[in-house]
Design a protein around this ligand. Structure first.
Ligand code: ATP
Length: 348
């Protein structure tokens, strides 16, 4: 199921302060139906506070939260058609997987057969059928994580809120679960809002993402928008790897730094050129406009990152090249490079 363009949730000028600390500052954001949405930002940027306000565990000092056009601000958590999956899983240790899933539905006094049907269906979606009779202590970390997710899904919320859901898993399992979460979200067709501080995770999973810093919303967009067209220096640096070259835009509209000229349009004055490591082309010395020397080479499996010292920037530029095309480049080699003006950003 694909995300539609109808907003299911509207966050309107929402703010929250804890005494002198402004945790969330005037955030306005629409989240679409069936969308996998990520709230991303460094520690302390206000992501969890925003999620807790959606769930009803904190109340905003300013603004409104609308679900399908209705203000849910006055509703307590249990009356909201949103469900929060906790970071700590919070499974009942003495109950089996099936009992953990059934519990919430029994509280809602659903009929036995309906509970059975829904629990079976949810266990199938989350690959838990074979563990139905096990208790949490008999499960691996990834399986427990799936039970926590299943328990939130079985109640069929309109929106599922996930606070760092993969935080407790090791890297390999985390990467596997990122894809599984995305598959499950697609299958159940529920809007997922996930909080993460891991930019890779947001890029892999999200249909769209919001980047927050110091409680403020800096940018909202699809992963490729944010990666290709970061709104400011902070976002450019936070998402992926970025080279920054300080220089000036002249009256001719050309960006120039020591030994480097790029046709990037901007206003005359000081400026910073931002270019991704994959958007720099290298060649033998003298072939391309900028000359440099390799000071370091980092091997990353499929590709290699050359650290190249040039006159254009104080810190070496990172240049990503496929391992297959890496040739015989060695530390100390001289080379030349070129920056494609269409693939870089100018910040002023
Ligand atoms: P992390 O990734 O570290 O969990 P976060 O982006 O989720 O961070 P929040 O937990 O939302 O950030 O916190 C935002 C700011 O509000 C922080 O400066 C935090 O110290 C402060 N804060 C959060 N909850 C409270 C509280 N109950 N009382 C006082 N300050 C709080």
């Amino acid at each position: 199921m694909n995300a539609s363009s109808n907003p299911i949730l509207r966050i309107e000028g929402v703010g929250k302060a804890f005494g002198p600390v402004t945790a969330v500052d005037d955030v306005t954001l629409d989240i679409r139906e069936n969308e996998f949405f990520a709230l991303l930002g460094p520690s302390g940027c206000g992501k969890t506070t925003l999620l807790r306000m959606l769930a009803g565990f904190e109340s905003p000092n300013a603004g409104r939260i609308l679900l399908e056009g209705k203000d849910i601000s006055p509703l307590p958590p249990e009356k909201r058609p949103l469900n929060l999956m906790f970071q700590s899983y919070a499974l009942f240790p003495h109950m089996t997987v099936r009992q953990n899933l059934s519990y919430g539905l029994e509280m809602e006094r659903l009929a036995r057969t309906e509970i059975h049907r829904r629990v079976d269906e949810t266990m199938a979606t989350t690959d838990l059928t074979q563990f139905a009779d096990r208790k949490p202590e008999q499960l691996s970390g990834g399986q427990k994580q799936r039970v926590a997710l299943a328990r939130a899904l079985v109640k069929r919320p309109k929106v599922l809120l996930l606070d760092e859901p993969l935080g407790a898993l090791d890297k390999k399992l985390r990467e596997k679960m990122q894809l599984e979460l995305k598959r499950m979200q697609n299958e159940v067709g529920i809007t997922f809002i996930i909080v993460t501080h891991d930019q890779e995770e947001a890029l892999v999973m999200a249909d769209r993402m919001a980047i927050l810093k110091d409680g403020r919303l800096l940018q909202v967009g699809a992963p490729e928008d944010v990666y290709e067209r970061p709104a400011d220096r902070f976002v450019a640096n936070f998402i992926g790897v970025m080279n920054f070259i300080d220089g000036k835009v002249g009256v001719d509209g050309l960006f120039a730094a020591e030994g480097l000229q790029v046709k990037a349009s901007g206003n005359a004055g000081s400026a910073t050129l931002a270019v991704r490591p994959e958007n720099i082309v290298i060649g033998p010395p003298g072939d391309l406009p900028v000359s440099g020397a390799i000071v370091d080479i980092a091997y990353h499996g499929l590709d290699r990152v050359l650290h190249v010292k040039t006159t254009a920037s104080a810190t070496p530029l990172q240049v990503r090249i496929p391992a297959s095309g890496a040739g015989n480049w060695k530390i100390g080699d001289a080379l030349s490079l070129k920056i494609d003006p269409a693939r870089c950003r100018l910040f002023q």
